[in-house]
Design a binder for this molecule. Sequence first.
Ligand code: SF4
Length: 351
Amino acid sequence: MLKWALQQERNLPWKQTKDPYKIWLSEIILQQTRVEQGMPYYIKFVEHYPTVLHLANASEDQVLKDWEGLGYYTRARNLHQTAKHIAYQLNGVFPSTHQGILALKGVGAYTAAAIASFAFQLPHAVLDGNVFRVLSRFFGIDTPIDSPIGKKIFEQLAQELLDPSQPDVYNQAIMDFGATWCMPKQPNCRSCPMRDHCVAHMTSSVAKYPVKEKKMVKRKRFFHYLMLHSEGQIMLEKRIEKDIWQGLYQFPLIEAPYLMQDTQQILNTDFWKTHFVEVSFKIHSVSKTFKQLLTHQQIFANFWDIHLSHFPQTLREKTLFATKTELNNFAFPKIIDCYFEEKALYLGFNS
Ligand code: SF4
């Protein structure tokens, strides 16, 4: 693995530093995110917030805006809160022990091992999806990786294999190997330097690994965003529910157990009847259905472009207003950004 890394290792910006703050930034950005997608965000965050103090002193709205498009916004909120914690409770000094790193909000076992080994050369083995895949194939382990016993077996094995004299190099190597060589589909077995020792390859059973116990059932959710506008202004609300979109902005939303395509269905909802009985309106258009796949849920959304004679008083307390150009100042969930992207030429609410 170490020999392979010498020739093949990926040259990524966060590998050029030993600054734990920057390594932590990169690891949080890369959670559930591909390297190609995360790279511009890492560069932007290092530029906008060169130290933990800069990040701590930024507003949450600004951090969420810089995070926009990356998804899983809980990471951004944890990042911001943890920066404040380090800046003000830990006097701006990043923890340098594995235990101290693990105690940070938003940092799990994998991220703690990565930061501890990359920044401080502490001998803690990383275990992420790439490592599970490489180890299960190479050793032919068919214990499910998502079972308690499976997790224990792989944790022990990963730790035994770690070279304690260069934990940073080894950890990076096995992750890079999983990401670029021993990929989930069509791994590069033909030119793999370990093929003669790899159980999965020798038994022609590469596709079988890693074995998983549970199949995830994704919850389907149906969103109807109401783009309500009047006299050149559009109505927005800040999402306060404690979920992955907390703190982001959106158009007033009706969630239903199915996708409503028919105007009458929208007009029959409690939301519409509560707020719009005394308002004249014209529905300009209904968008196509946008889809977003998240780890545990599938989102289906359509956007209703509606012109109002005036904004109802009953909604004014919970909402705010923006012009078309001001929309750029707010961070929105990804599915709304996809809608904006599609409508780039129009971004239009007719007033
Ligand atoms: S031989 Fe194939 S399955 Fe085995 S470690 Fe190499 S790339 Fe992975």
